[in-house]
Design a protein around this ligand. Structure first.
Ligand code: HEC
Length: 141
């Protein structure tokens, strides 16, 4: 009887792995991403578009999103707002990060070409990825 108790306790501790580090890092990254896209948005509100400012912001956002893809290990929903549905639909979830990451690449390419229309379209598409993913995969509290 005692032995079973120990075995159960052991397997429970394996299942309930500690993902607090990943959770903290991904939440910090999302805050950083939020601030970066705000700065990007502001940059497009200016009369004269400063492409030299937009380029590094877009590149930084791209790298942040790439890192986010590695920070959702299965089972890391507890104590966070990630919904467990993420791991049922992992491909769709990651696909949204890919689409988002791609938009920041498109913005930095548009910065080289100074193509305002393309850059604005990519930023709009980026914002719609944020919203769509939150609606599907982020819990309300
Ligand atoms: C592929 C899905 C996905 C995309 C795309 C996405 N998010 Fe999120 N976001 C989440 C999830 C899931 C959480 C909850 C994470 C947690 O609590 O660990 C979250 C949380 C956040 C938070 C709260 C972080 C905190 O301090 O707890 C902010 C801010 C945020 N996202 C901003 C953004 C912005 C801005 C974008 C777009 C540029 C974006 N997100 C795109 C899934 C996504």
């Amino acid at each position: 009887m005692k032995k079973i108790g120990i075995v159960t306790l052991f397997s429970f501790s394996v299942i309930a792995a500690d993902y607090s580090q990943e959770i903290e890092t991904r939440q910090d990254n999302f805050q950083h991403l939020d601030a970066t896209v705000d700065l990007l948005d502001d940059a497009f509100d200016k009369e004269a578009i400063d492409w030299d400012r937009i380029m590094p912001l877009a590149q930084s956002a791209h790298l942040t999103v790439e890192e986010q893809k590695t920070l959702f290990p299965e089972g890391s929903a507890d104590n966070s707002r990630a919904r467990t549905k993420i791991w049922v639909q992992k491909a769709e979830f990651e696909g949204k990060f890919d689409t988002l990451s791609q938009q920041f690449m498109l913005i930095s390419e548009a910065a080289v070409e100074q193509d305002e229309e393309a850059a604005r379209a990519a930023l709009d598409k980026a914002f719609s990825q944020c919203r769509s993913c939150h609606m599907n995969y982020r819990s309300l509290w």
